[in-house]
Design a protein. Structure first.
Length: 437
């Protein structure tokens, strides 16, 4: 990986792309520390220092925003509205025929879907910004903080609307910065911004574990966490690269006196075909009952049960529900993102077949069978990785955004691998010798 970056810096055009990407990252990180108008920044810092802010309902969004959410800055919502909009559009593509037709139109259809994603991102930013301002005004954002209700001193309509508009504009700016990296940088702009947001919380999280440790001034716990992190990175890299290769043979076709086809290839089916999506779905779904209970009044029985069982990360019912939801969403997302019938029809159309399997329906049934078999270990792997923060809560008294656990480690490794592959492919294009020798 370091060799690829070193070679990239020696190539003039790639060096410009890397420096441009670093400049965008600096702008993004500066924006995560600029507070929005109408917020008493000193009271926000008091609440962050007095309470463990990462254990709230907004921990996942705060992680994706690089810690900007709980500081209520202009980039407070971060990249999360765009991620949510992308997932919603991807799910609707299976349901709405118009979107499915656009997806099959190639580049023009993809551009149209991207435009819809931008519109939906702005709508979600307005909705999420309004919710964040409402929770900040009522003091719910920092429960237990003595000055939580004084974070927004002026609660007039004009100030509230200004705060929502500022955060929505910040989300649009983040989306634009990500697209700039994609177009003029090294690519994968949104993923890189997500990577930077999560990586920015690592130093403070690791140092907090050291400060809370008791053995040798906390260095034993610190070293243990680093060792566990390295092991987990190796495990995640191994599983993320694992795939089942389905061999495909294309029959020879004679056109005139020339023979075409007759090549052999394969269909790569990843063990973790669903990626990080099931963990995000499960986390978001588990936040809903806790959020409803938080805003509900009174002390009803259902509210008490939710607060006792579904808000604490180390509770057995929470752990079991979280694990089951991840496994369920892994199968659900694989089922809607990979269509065996469509793959089988395309293979039959171009004269391809799997050795030993008849073309058409038997091929679709075989692909579905193999996909279900490899999704089981992939879903169990996602569930076990996502439970690492829970074990950290018990073993190290760390917060729920444990640096080497769950969502963070999957995104860090996945984006890192994809970025290195993209840089290597661009290097290969510029240094390709081929048949010139």
């Amino acid at each position: 990986m370091l060799t690829a970056f070193a070679r990239a810096f020696k190539t003039p055009d790639l060096r410009k792309k890397l420096l441009f990407t670093l400049g965008i990252i600096v702008i993004y990180r500066v924006g995560t520390h600029v507070p929005i108008p109408g917020v008493d920044y000193r009271n926000v810092q008091v609440c962050i220092d007095n309470a463990n802010a990462n254990q709230g309902l907004f921990g996942l969004v705060n992680m994706f925003s690089g810690g900007a959410l709980l500081q209520i800055t202009i980039f407070a919502l971060g990249i999360m509205p765009y991620i949510t909009a992308s997932i919603i559009l991807q799910l609707l593509t299976v349901v709405i025929p118009r979107l499915e037709a656009l997806k099959k139109e190639g580049q023009a259809g993809t551009a149209k879907i991207t435009q819809y994603t931008r519109y939906l991102t702005i709508a979600l930013a307005i909705l999420q910004g309004t919710g964040l301002v409402a929770t900040a005004r009522t003091g719910t954002l920092f429960q237990g903080c003595p000055v939580a209700s004084e974070i927004v001193p002026d609660q007039s309509i004009f100030v509230t609307v200004t705060m929502v508009i500022t955060m929505t504009a910040g989300t649009a700016c983040v989306m634009w910065l990500g697209e700039l990296i994609t177009d003029r940088g090294i690519g994968n702009g949104m993923s890189i911004l997500m990577f930077i947001s999560i990586a920015a919380t690592f130093p403070s999280a690791l140092w907090a574990i050291k400060e809370q440790g008791d053995l040798a001034g906390g260095w034993i716990e610190f070293g243990t966490v680093i060792a566990v992190g390295l092991v987990m990175v190796g495990l995640v890299v191994f599983v993320e690269q694992a795939q089942r290769r389905i061999p495909v043979q294309y029959a020879k076709r004679m056109i005139g006196r020339r023979s075409y086809g007759g090549t052999s290839t394969y269909i790569p089916l990843k063990v973790n075909q669903a990626g990080i999506i099931p963990v995000i779905f499960a986390s978001s779904l588990l936040y809903i009952p806790a959020l409803v209970a938080q805003f509900a009044g009174g002390n009803s029985g259902w509210k008490t049960w939710i607060e006792a069982n579904l808000t604490k990360g180390d509770h057995p019912i929470y752990i079991a529900t979280y694990f089951i939801l991840i496994v369920f969403f892994a199968f659900f997302y694989v089922a809607i993102s990979f269509n065996p019938e469509e793959v089988a029809d395309n293979m039959k159309k171009y004269g391809g077949f799997i050795p030993g399997i008849r073309a058409g329906r038997p091929t679709a049934e075989y692909l579905s069978y193999v996909l279900n078999r490899i999704t089981w270990p992939g879903s169990l792997y996602l569930g076990l990785i996502a439970l690492v923060p829970t074990m950290a809560l018990v073993g190290f008294q760390a917060n729920q955004n444990f640096p080497f656990g769950g969502t963070s480690i999957l995104i860090i490794v996945g984006v890192g691998l994809e970025t290195v592959k993209q840089i290597e492919s661009q290097l290969q294009q510029r240094n390709y010798e081929g048949f010139l020798r």
